[in-house]
Design a protein around this ligand. Sequence first.
Ligand SMILES: [Zn+2]
Length: 251
Amino acid sequence: METARAFARIVTNRLSTLLFPPVCVECQSLVSEPGSLCAACWSKVRFIEKPYCPVLGIPFSHDLGAEIMSAEAIADPPPFHRARSVAVYEGAISTMVHQLKYSDRTDLGPWMARWMARAGSELLNECDVIVPVPMHARRFWFRRFNQSAELARNLGRISGKPFEPDALKRIKPTQQQVGLGANERIANVRGAFKVPETQDIKVRGRTVLLVDDVYTTGATVKAAARALLRGGASHVDVLTFGRVLSKELSV
Ligand SMILES: [Zn+2]
């Protein structure tokens, strides 16, 4: 029975590959693996690699040594311990986020999570539990899909660490952050998250890896991290797929 099922799965996969050959997410040229990028689009991705600020994870133009923090991290220390992202949010990286979010391209989730596991390997190794940035129940009801939970679920599968989608709740229906200025974003998510009393056992005294699709100004993950710390988490690290860079840091 198992063999028959496995065989049926292989046939279905082959058939869907024949009918829908995998194409590059960005430019639609043929590629070998579904959910991936062609060589040309791949070469344009700006992956975020060291040297970067050990706290905020934003790239430095020069290597200043592992312990040197960015001026931003010193002037406005975030509630989280460390933040890491795969690549700069532009071009193919933003296309992937949009397709996962609005086109139900769940096939992109495992591929994106593999890259997140690589960029955030240290954070993933050290965490006790993986928690996605939640959606408000009303929006979830309409969309039926939370892209951050999809990425976090795949990270749980890759690492074997517990994935806890209910550990954090969005208690205030917030506007979309898109189109809001930095201060409006902070006000919009203030008090938006809470660890429900029934859930605090999942985070109390533990190191939490908070997962979101994109880090823009950090307002959302900072509000979520504060709620997790209030709920008893000992540390919060943040891992996102895309990262908006307002400017490259040069020091
Ligand atoms: Zn391409």
